[in-house]
Design a protein around this ligand. Structure first.
Ligand code: FMN
Length: 364
């Protein structure tokens, strides 16, 4: 199927979603499929190399995020040592919650059903409250070793992986899955979603693009509606939500309540709080630079406290500043100043020298 053909799914039923014309805060109560009354969920996406425990701490403090997921943990042939889990998900040592109390899930990536299941069982003993399985990673090295999005070519294997994990780990711990629409095309999208749900996935996050689409806009939110029609578990919409307006459109097109935010919330740290406010019928001012700058400084301090910080912290800060610079001109300028600095002390001095913004300073 060609790229453009994807926009062909049938129109969304008009009895739910924005088309129904019901205010957000009332429409969300008593959601479908047995969700609890206040169930519309906003999740923070797992993002390898970007959303580490530091960013999870800061973003979940702001409010609006119901749960988050650690970066994927790659499973090959062996049972990993506990240290591998703690390294990527130190929150496991604190009840699998960020310091603000937001639950964190563990995500595993691999293709050997029993090996993934054994590692999932270990993660459960370490305190993982939910095991999420990655069927969306587009990285060549990952796909070449039969992990991530390439498995969307093998729906039976998807089913087998989820079922094996489901049968292996304690019944009270949910197994969930995150998928793209396919590898090169969307031909298997519905079959894959059904395979995951039938295998025992308690919910699905659908990143509404194929592997071939990478991260290029658009996201094909209409496919989320199609998937939601064929599975009986909650479906989370994911992909290309950068603003409250994007969220509104995604919701109208996909018809699903639950959402996972990725790059949008990295670039605009209060995006989840803004969406939650609209959902709840509250007014809230967008976060200004006066709130973001202290967060950037804390981010830096926390990165400097991590092991091997001299090697990694400068790159991590620069990476996040580039994202924040999409929303705040001040962050762009800061990035230009720190771009060539490689020593932590120099960066610390530059951050300290940043003028204190007026309390009501907005993005400029
Ligand atoms: C740098 C980066 C790292 C990512 N790492 C993961 C990951 O570890 N696990 C995963 O399921 N998805 C990962 N993703 C995909 C995101 O979770 C999300 O599905 C994708 O970015 C689309 O959402 P967005 O358009 O809101 O960013 C990653 C994306 C990016 C850009």
């Amino acid at each position: 199927m060609r790229e453009g053909d994807r926009s062909m799914p049938p129109p969304r039923r008009l009895t739910r979603g924005i088309a129904a014309g019901i205010p957000y805060h009332s429409r969300l109560r008593g959601s479908r499929r047995g969700h609890a009354a206040d169930a519309m969920q906003i999740a923070l996406a797992p993002m390898e190399g970007l959303v580490d425990d530091v960013l999870r701490t800061l973003l979940t403090e702001i409010g609006g995020i119901d749960w988050c997921v650690a970066e994927f943990i790659r499973i090959n042939q062996h049972l990993l040592p506990a240290a591998s889990f703690y390294k990527l998900a130190p929150e496991l040592k604190a009840g699998s919650k960020t310091p603000s109390g937001t639950p964190m899930r563990i995500q595993l990536l691999g293709s050997d059903p029993q090996c993934i299941a054994d590692n999932a069982a270990l993660a459960c003993t370490l305190g993982a409250p939910v095991i999420d399985l990655n069927f969306g990673c587009p990285a060549k090295t990952v796909n070449q070793s039969r992990g991530g999005a390439v498995l969307l070519k093998e729906p039976e294997l998807l089913h087998d992986i989820v079922r094996t994990v489901r049968r292996t780990i304690p019944p009270q711990i949910p197994v969930t899955a995150k998928m793209r629409l396919g590898f090169e095309n969307t031909d298997n999208a519905l079959v894959c979603a059904q395979a995951l749900a039938d295998g025992g996935a308690a919910s699905l996050v659908v990143h509404a693009r194929t592997k071939t689409d990478g991260y290029q806009p658009p996201a094909y939110w209409e496919w989320i509606a199609r998937i939601d029609d064929v599975v009986d578990v909650p479906v989370y919409a994911n992909g290309e939500i950068w603003s409250v307006d994007d969220w509104r459109r995604c919701r109208a097109i996909s018809g699903v309540d639950d959402v996972m935010l990725g790059r949008g919330v990295i670039a605009r740290p209060d995006l989840a709080r803004q969406i939650a406010a609209v959902r709840d019928g509250r007014d809230i001012a967008p976060m200004g630079w006066a709130e973001v700058l202290p967060m950037v400084r804390r981010y830096w301090t926390m990165q400097c406290d991590k092991p091997l910080s001299a090697k990694y912290a400068p790159g991590m800060l620069k990476q996040w500043l580039v994202w924040v610079g999409r929303s705040y001109g001040q962050a762009q300028r800061l990035f230009v100043d720190v771009r060539t600095l490689t020593d932590c002390d120099g960066i610390t001095r530059r951050l300290a020298a940043e003028p204190e913004p007026a309390p009501d300073a907005i993005a400029s």
